[in-house]
Design a binder for this molecule. Sequence first.
Ligand SMILES: [Cu+2]
Length: 456
Amino acid sequence: MRRNLILVTSLIAAIALAAIVLSLEFVPQNNKIQAQAQTQASAVSADNPPSPPHDMAKMMAEQDSSMDSDQSNGMQDNDTQNKPQSKVSDGIKVDFVAQPVIHTNELASINMNVKDDKSGAKLSHVDWAITVKDPNDNIIYKTTTGHSHVGNMDFKVAFPMAGENTVYLTTSSIGTTMGGLEPTPKGWTHTMISGSPKDFAKDPQNNFGAREFEFPVYVQNIDQKHTLQGTVQGTSVNVDLSTTSKEIVAGQPVTFVFTVTKAKDDSMIIHPDLQVTVQIGNYIAAQSAAVEGALAMNGAIHGHTGVESLTEIFPSAGPYTLNVQLQPSTLSNYMWGRANTTFNVFVSEPTGIRTTVTQTDTAPPANTVNIVGLESPFFTPNVLNIKAGTTVTFVNTDGNTHTVTSVKPGTTDADGIFDSGMIKAGKTFSFKFDKPGTYEYICMIHTGMRGTINVS
Ligand SMILES: [Cu+2]
């Protein structure tokens, strides 16, 4: 009994000691992480960007031409980093923060806040749609209409192409008591006065209509250089990853090039061995032979000159990691023991798949109108010509609730001819047009959405 007690006591003492040792070890690291987080936070909250967005775009374009030479020395150029941007359109302000350094094919974070420019207060009940285009004007990302309760929108996107990409934002405010939500305190946002979807459209303070914004986002080539400590004391090596293709696409071969140099003077290390493990989540998609105790002939990736390559076909799109383990061979001119690191790459869908994603906007069946959301053309077809006696079905293909409400031409005043009420995502509304004429309709929640039915 007594002996057990002593055992337990000494066990507790040992655990406590271990905890102290562990915490001592972790304190400096935690501080470092916190310090980094603070630096990031202060960059994010800066309301005024150091230079206006237009000048920045120009700066970036100039930077573009000198990019190749910058990359070869592996230095991070401050001018190719994204800085916080703010834009104002008729009283509505959008603060835009993209991840400062974005490499091609890595998942990058983007954050936007919609505010009242005068008061700086965030708007509540904001709807938004986002389209992202690459430097060649191809759509690489597109949302249906999303909703934010407090005017904050976060999303992640991988940019396949280096250079100046563009994020297009269409945003609009929605009524206050919609969906059973309490209105925000009076005076705090634009979305205040009416609370009723019917009156909402007539309320100039409540209804700020739709606004369109665009923000340039600078993306650097995939080139990523990692400096690693070797297990031999005092040694460190650089591993530089680049690709031979501009884009990494699922199902298509891509060649990764690893360059291994001495960190001290960036001189080439000859005859290094690398093991590369390609992983998505916990799933290992591919692995080269092990380097441990093995020479090149055993199948590890080996480079006579310190430049190794690996050609890989990714089975599907998504965020992958390349885990790289490297060690010198007996023929190497530098002995660092072992080192390892992880590179993040994002594999995109083949273009064919991407195109079909956006094709939902087009070609609905006869006498059907798709409600596509905040971005023009809002309804497809936007103008529908039919014969009297035809029933038209409106299908909400967007991710948000809309209405189809007939209005007096050129206005947002309901004329009572037809009104769908709320059409939730995926739901439909049908109306039979008996009398010839021109019928204009809008969405009562997003009054910028307008379409026409011509009945002959
Ligand atoms: Cu709508």
